[in-house]
Write a protein that binds this ligand. Structure first.
Ligand SMILES: Cc1cc2nc3c(=O)[nH]c(=O)nc-3n(C[C@H](O)[C@H](O)[C@H](O)COP(=O)(O)O)c2cc1C
Length: 338
């Protein structure tokens, strides 16, 4: 049972990292080194996820989790999406790329749940919403531990209500998307304020995510009541990470000095290094996820292929300066409190 997973392993969890970084090699390396890890399911089909689960299992016999994106039920202003698309036309021309077309907003969720129930991993975590009680119960029957990502106390209460086994508490320092239940949730609390506030309303085990850059930070969140720290950015430059070369290089480039939260790339608040695209479009990007993600996808791919760090999403948390080009086992070791 999953409770044993965090009780028996190092108190550091490799965050699920959709979009390429969190590939099976990285997940397996962290698990093999005694840490905990989540394979991302976001943006994959159920069949692609199954391939990645099998690839991970081929590299490690240890327990790992899978992270699911909840389907998006936010209202989207189609006219605002069309206007944003028009605004990006020149970017597309400059990159010799076509703008993308929005796809389904459900991320193949039902098919993934069915597939995971048939052949489950040790844990399943959920982001961008709260799973139904039925889904949580079905995973419990399959002996899977469930974790819900929360960014406010209210979301924590809803997650507890769903019957989840644990919560991942995400502070505003976190790299990439805020895992809030809706696209418009205001959730700007730093981890060291949010964690005690969530602790006050539930006794469930808590993972703490956002801006973790050292073993001292991990020790601090453990002192605040977490069972483990969930870390993304510090693993991005590892050789096992599937982050693009341009994203890896940017994390170490002195030209990039700060991070900010933006909807410019995906239509949902996400933290990344401040580059030209982020500065230019943050004020105009609509709250439309994953529509904007799909529209900008070909631009981001074209820019990454050219090595143009100014037109890609450079997801990073506030501790990005502590990300080093070291094997995942070394990063895990460096983060583990003695
Ligand atoms: C490149 C990248 C991709 C991410 N993808 C996901 C994801 O697929 N699912 C998820 O729940 N969180 C995702 N996150 C957020 C992490 O779960 C976690 O909250 C965050 O990495 C913690 O902050 P840190 O990056 O400062 O360590 C991602 C983070 C990064 C940096």
């Amino acid at each position: 049972m999953g409770e044993a997973v965090w009780a028996q392993r190092k108190p550091v969890v490799l965050a699920p990292m959709a979009g390429g970084a969190g590939r099976p090699e990285l997940v397996a390396a962290v698990v093999e080194a005694g840490g905990q890890a989540f394979l991302p399911a976001g943006y994959k089909t159920a069949a692609q996820l199954r391939n990645d689960i099998e690839a991970t299992r081929a590299l490690t016999g240890g327990p790992f989790g899978v992270n699911l994106f909840m389907p998006s039920h936010d209202d989207v202003d189609d006219a605002a999406v069309a206007a944003y698309r028009d605004l990006l036309a020149d970017e597309a021309a400059d990159l010799d790329a076509e703008l993308g077309t929005p796809k389904a907003r459900d991320d193949d969720y039902d098919a993934k749940v069915e597939d995971l129930l048939a052949d489950p991993p040790a844990l399943v975590s959920f982001t961008f919403g709260c799973p139904s009680r039925e889904v949580v119960r079905a995973f419990r029957r399959a002996d899977v531990t469930t974790v819900v990502t929360v960014t406010t106390v209210d979301e924590a209460r809803q997650a507890v209500e769903s019957g989840a086994d644990a919560l991942c508490v995400q502070g505003t320092e976190a790299g990439a998307h805020r895992g809030s239940f809706t696209n418009t949730t205001e959730c700007a609390l730093p981890l060291r304020e949010l964690l005690p506030a969530v602790r006050a309303v539930t006794g469930l085990p808590l993972f703490a995510a956002g801006g973790i850059g050292s073993a001292g930070d991990v020790a601090e969140v453990l002192d605040l009541g977490a069972v483990a720290a969930q870390v993304g950015t510090l693993f991005l430059r590892c050789p096992e990470s599937g982050a693009t070369p341009v994203a890896k290089a940017a994390l170490a480039d002195p030209r990039f000095t700060e991070t900010a939260v933006t909807r410019a790339f995906s239509g949902r608040p996400a933290r990344g290094l401040v580059n030209r695209f982020l500065s230019r479009y943050s004020d105009e990007a609509p709250a439309a996820y994953p529509d904007v993600h799909y529209i900008t996808s070909p631009l981001r791919k074209a820019a990454a292929a050219r090595g143009d760090a100014d037109a890609v999403n450079l997801w990073a948390g506030t501790a990005f300066r502590s990300a080093t080009e070291a094997p995942a086992a070394d990063v895990l070791d460096r983060l583990t409190p003695r």
